[in-house]
Design a protein around this ligand. Structure first.
Ligand SMILES: C[S@@+](CC[C@H](N)C(=O)[O-])C[C@H]1O[C@@H](n2cnc3c(N)ncnc32)[C@H](O)[C@@H]1O
Ligand code: SF4
Length: 446
């Protein structure tokens, strides 16, 4: 007879439900953001925060195409006037933010999107100027990352990025199989992909990251492994392997197409292959090569240090408030949000008017989620020093994880096992507060 405890383990939704509940890119999720009434002035908001090791993020919401799976805040082939109006608004926003937080110093920089290299060379230069001249980030001294796509990674733009101190280039490849890419409305020639990767290598970028997606329509475990091996030929310092999520309002989400869900099988095979190649697994999605350079520059801990995000679609994090612009996936809504951003008068950038506050409970949950889902695990003493309590007292459900085989608790560190890592996207949402879960459920997709 099966003991009751075993039956409980067997029935646990963390083990029996889908491993793909939600990607916890950040907590609270942007679908938990709402208009802030009243808006919050940035100066007083940041006055009580540490401002000496911040993350500066610039969002470029433009692309050459709109891929069928993508729900990021971006639009394809914008009119040139919108691009120039956008860069001007971002510079105006930066100037106001800088005067509200004049002593902010930065430990990290990233420019993402969208596709920052969709910008022309001089536009890309002015976006970097916003970071360096207006915000005062010294890109030659801190780690900096820029996202590129195969169609936009040319010699001139990569040369500029290298010259300006960008040391990590992250490229979305998704698949080396042309038919798989075409099936998700991402027309992509393998020869162009290989040319872009060679250009990045030749630019001397110390870190090349390649994004790949598994679970694509028409993909098999064998074709997935072929894509990974094709990526390995370029010796990337980092690989991000994303399970496909079909999200509302994307082309795939509207198609209601069904296909075999091979994601877990793809994940396991890829993990084993990369480990055999010497790559270390940093999180469910991230793998780092043995030849990857040591992290340089000031220490930045995402659990503790804040972020200033500029541009539409970017988010800013203080300990008690996360804020940004409105979020949308549908083309018409994105256009309207962009138009509103571009038309903003300068003084409107002094205020945070859309976001999500974090009470004591959500601050603690955020720390736990971010620590646990990264390879470093949850350091119980670090948590105690920060919050004055033991995380297992604050979130007693954490004690279930070792019993389910999803984590080990050793030397005051709770760390996910292999079984836990592959269920990161179930464990993260399981730790959401009721409040954040309710806000996310009530979000109206647009
Ligand atoms: C900003 S893009 C990367 C750079 C560039 N825009 C490109 O596509 O080449 C961010 C990455 O998120 C991942 N991604 C976006 N939507 C996804 C989804 N629905 N499911 C899985 N991965 C997704 C893709 O791997 C994509 O490369
Ligand atoms: S995956 Fe990249 S290129 Fe495609 S729409 Fe999303 S951000 Fe743009």
């Amino acid at each position: 007879m099966i003991a009751r405890a075993d039956r409980l383990v067997d029935a646990n939704p963390l083990l029996k439900g889908s491993p793909y509940v939600g990607y916890v890119y950040s907590y609270p999720h942007k679908t938990a953001y709402r208009p802030l009434d009243p808006p919050v002035a940035l100066g007083p908001l940041w006055a009580g925060e540490r401002r000496d090791s911040l993350f500066l993020y610039l969002h470029i919401p433009f692309c050459g195409m709109r891929c069928g799976y993508c729900n990021l805040f971006t639009r394809a082939k914008p009119a040139e006037a919108q691009v120039s109006g956008y860069l001007d608004a971002m510079r105006r926003q930066a100037a106001r933010v800088r005067s509200a937080i004049p002593d902010a110093t930065f430990a990290r920089f990233a420019m993402g999107g969208g596709t920052p290299t969709y910008l022309g060379l001089s536009e890309l230069e002015s976006a970097l100027d916003v970071a360096e001249r207006t915000m005062g980030a010294d890109l030659s001294q801190i780690p900096g990352s820029v996202e590129v796509s195969p169609g936009t990674a040319d010699v001139e733009k990569l040369g500029l990025l290298r010259e300006r101190g960008i040391d990590r280039i992250s490229i979305g490849i998704e698949t080396f199989d042309e038919a798989e890419a075409a099936a998700v409305s991402r027309p992509q020639k393998t020869t162009a992909v290989e040319r872009a990767l060679e250009t990045i290598k030749r630019s001397g970028a110390p870190t090349l990251n390649i994004d790949l997606i598994y679970g694509l329509p028409g993909q098999s475990v064998a074709s997935w492994l072929r894509s990974i091996r094709a990526a390995l030929r370029f010796a990337p310092e980092e690989l991000y392997l994303y399970p496909l999520y079909v999200r509302p309002l994307t082309a795939l989400g509207r198609s209601q197409r069904e296909w075999d869900d091979l994601r877990l099988a793809c994940y396991r095979e890829a993990r084993d292959l990369l480990r055999a190649e010497g790559y270390a697994q940093v999180s469910m999605r991230m793998f780092r090569a043995p030849h990857a350079p040591e992290d340089r520059g000031p220490v930045y801990r995402c659990q503790e240090d804040g972020m200033i995000g500029l541009g539409c679609g970017a988010r800013s994090y203080t300990s008690g408030l996360h804020h940004g612009s409105e979020y949308a996936v549908g083309g018409r809504s994105i256009r309207a949000i962009l138009d509103d951003y571009i038309a903003r008068p300068d003084h409107a950038f002094d205020l945070a008017d859309f976001g999500c506050s974090l009470g004591e409970d959500d601050r603690r949950r955020r720390y736990v989620i971010q620590s646990l889902l990264s390879g470093e695990g949850l350091d119980r003493l670090g948590y105690l020093t920060r919050f004055g309590t033991d995380p297992l007292d604050d979130l007693p459900e954490l004690a279930d994880l070792p019993g389910l085989g999803l984590a080990v608790d050793a030397a005051d560190r709770l760390a996910l096992t292999d079984a836990g890592l592959e269920r990161s996207d179930a464990i993260g949402p399981w730790l959401y507060s009721d409040r954040v879960r309710r806000l996310m459920e009530e979000y109206a997709w647009r």
